[in-house]
Write a protein of this length. Structure first.
Length: 102
């Protein structure tokens, strides 16, 4: 059984026991979170929502918070001696999928 869930404007394919990385959530580590279910598949039987599946529920637990790898943003204008170097680390939250119910 798997489901397509939505969090932070992105969609993820999940099964029970999976650990996924989503955009940062404000919940503390150990909190339970309910995710919006867009599609549920159970042994080939697919139920799609419009936009969400009525009565379907995906429960996850917050495992950790962190920051992603650093990316370097370098902007410059040739022949003008104009340079700007920035770094960025995107914050994330790791979730463990506890249950998927139809």
């Amino acid at each position: 059984m798997f489901a397509i869930v939505q969090s932070g404007g992105k969609q993820y394919k999940v099964s029970e026991g999976d650990i996924i990385t989503v955009e940062k959530l404000v919940n503390a580590v150990g909190d339970k979170v309910k995710l919006e279910v867009l599609l549920v598949s159970d042994n080939g039987k697919v139920v799609a929502g419009n936009p969400f599946v009525q009565g379907a529920e995906c429960e996850a637990e917050v495992v950790a918070h962190g920051k992603g790898d650093k990316i370097v943003v370098f902007k410059y204008k040739p022949k003008k001696n104009e340079r700007k170097k920035q770094g960025h680390r995107q914050p994330f939250t790791q979730l463990k999928i506890l249950s998927i119910k139809k």
